[in-house]
Design a protein around this ligand. Structure first.
Ligand code: HAM
Length: 425
């Protein structure tokens, strides 16, 4: 029979790898708490409309990459390709758009996009993201960007190896002007565009700026000049963001072609690139989305956020030479049994130790004592073995053997927890 395997673009995380993830998650949570963010957990599946309406019906993530299916009730359901739309949906559904003055959320979990798998591009991948609701201040943008950089640093990335790209996509009033200018620009150079971009010229010329085709990228250089279309208030917002980043000594590169692949962005947009990662080199990205809450039916609420791709952070960590982590310690205590009649007592003793916060494992097999001790020594050469025999149990004692020194003492069972704990100090 053919072997069943994990789906392409999905991965198993075996315990050693999982430990790297846990470490990453713990560090990230500590940093997020410093900034006053609280965790939100939304479902992995949503009505497809949540994403189509938020990211844009024509966005590639919606048209080509969304895992879409009809559920048993005939509803159109999607596996979440990102979480901003879900968080906004939850924010409105629970009335927070009406009651909360400021909300700062973070999330951490799997996202799903049916992309062609390659290094750094998975079909199930993990994002750590934040969303802030209730502030339109440009200083909020800078605080969010500062958090992104601090998170990457706390996750072990060398800041000299990352680049922050910054843009301002204007407000909804600016959008028609921007699209018109782009259309004019690309119409003049249409013959140099790929077939997909010729289509994009009709549907949404903004998406031409996302095209990976080298020729299209060449054509796009020079297509966007903020001064041509950004309104006065958006220019002012952009200036404060740039000046404040300078003041805070956060280096960035202005990039008028950074439009991001999702339609909900307004004003500030940013991405962090790790050039060493190759084709998929964005470790995180985000921006302001001041119109999305209202678009999904809530009270108009300015908002901003970002998401970091954790697989890519781990790749960048590796590229920066940061891979070694301490393996998990094996349990200090092993309970060996002289005969199989003592297995139940061993099991009970192990439970008693764990209930008192002592990591323990017990022999559960019918096998010779010598073999049990050999295996315990192999698993943890500095561990301790507690040996249970019939006589010992009758007397209410246990033999306690140090695997490092070979020293053996008889200890009352009633005192064993205190004895082990005092030895641990
Ligand atoms: P995004 O740029 O689509 O933004 O994704 C954020 C990050 O997720 C990317 O920079 C990348 O590191 C990672 N990523 C995306 N697709 C894949 C993939 N197929 N495999 C591995 N990693 C991937 C968003 O998702 C927005 N929701 C971010 C945001 C939050 N904007 C405002 N708030």
């Amino acid at each position: 029979m053919a072997l069943v395997k994990a789906l392409g673009g999905t991965s198993d995380l075996l315990p050693e790898e999982t430990r790297r993830w846990q470490l990453l998650e713990t560090r990230a949570r500590q940093t997020l708490e410093l900034y006053g963010y609280q965790e939100i957990r939304t479902p992995l599946i949503e009505e497809a409309a949540v994403f189509a309406r938020s990211l844009g019906e024509a966005a590639e993530i919606v048209t080509k990459q969304m895992y879409l299916f009809e559920d048993r009730g005939g509803r159109s359901v999607a596996l979440r390709p990102e979480a901003t739309a879900s968080v906004v949906r939850a924010f409105i559904e629970h009335g927070l758009d009406k009651t909360a003055r400021m909300s700062r959320f973070y999330y951490l979990g799997p996202m799903f996009r049916a992309e062609r798998p390659q290094a750094g591009r998975r079909r199930q991948f993990h994002q750590l993201g934040v969303e802030v609701f209730g502030s339109a201040s440009p200083y909020q943008d800078v605080e969010v960007i500062a958090l992104l950089m601090r998170l990457l640093e706390s996750l072990g990335l060398k800041m000299k190896n990352v680049m922050l790209m910054l843009n301002n996509l204007g407000c909804l009033d600016d959008r028609p002007v921007m699209l018109k200018k782009l259309k004019e620009y690309f119409l003049e150079r249409q013959s140099d565009l790929c077939e997909d971009c010729k289509q994009r010229l009709e549907v949404n010329p903004l998406r031409i700026l996302d095209c990976k085709n080298e020729r299209c990228r060449g054509v796009a250089v020079g297509s966007m000049q903020w001064k041509d279309w950004l309104c006065h208030p958006c220019q002012g917002h952009f200036k404060i963001v740039r000046d404040t980043l300078d003041q805070m000594e956060i280096p960035y590169a202005p990039d008028p072609r950074l439009v991001r692949g999702l339609d909900y962005y307004t004003r500030t947009a940013f991405e962090v690139i790790y050039p060493g990662l190759g084709a998929q080199n964005a470790v995180g990205g985000g921006g302001r989305y001041d119109t999305l809450v209202a678009l999904l039916g809530g009270a108009a609420t300015p908002a901003i956020g970002f998401a970091i791709g954790l697989e890519r952070v781990l790749m960048a960590q590796e590229a920066d030479g940061l891979t070694a982590i301490d393996p998990m310690e094996p349990p200090q205590i092993f309970i060996a049994t002289v005969s199989s009649a003592q297995i139940l007592n061993g099991l009970k003793l192990a439970e008693q130790l764990r209930a008192n916060g002592i990591a323990a494992s017990a022999n559960l097999e019918d096998r010779p004592l010598k073999r049990q001790i050999e295996q315990a020594a192999k698993a943890n050469p500095s561990g301790t073995v507690l040996i249970l025999g019939e006589d010992e149990v009758k007397q209410g004692v246990v033999m306690m053997k140090s695997l490092s020194t070979g020293q053996q003492t008889k200890e009352p069972l009633s005192e064993i927890v205190r004895k082990i704990k005092s030895g641990m100090q």
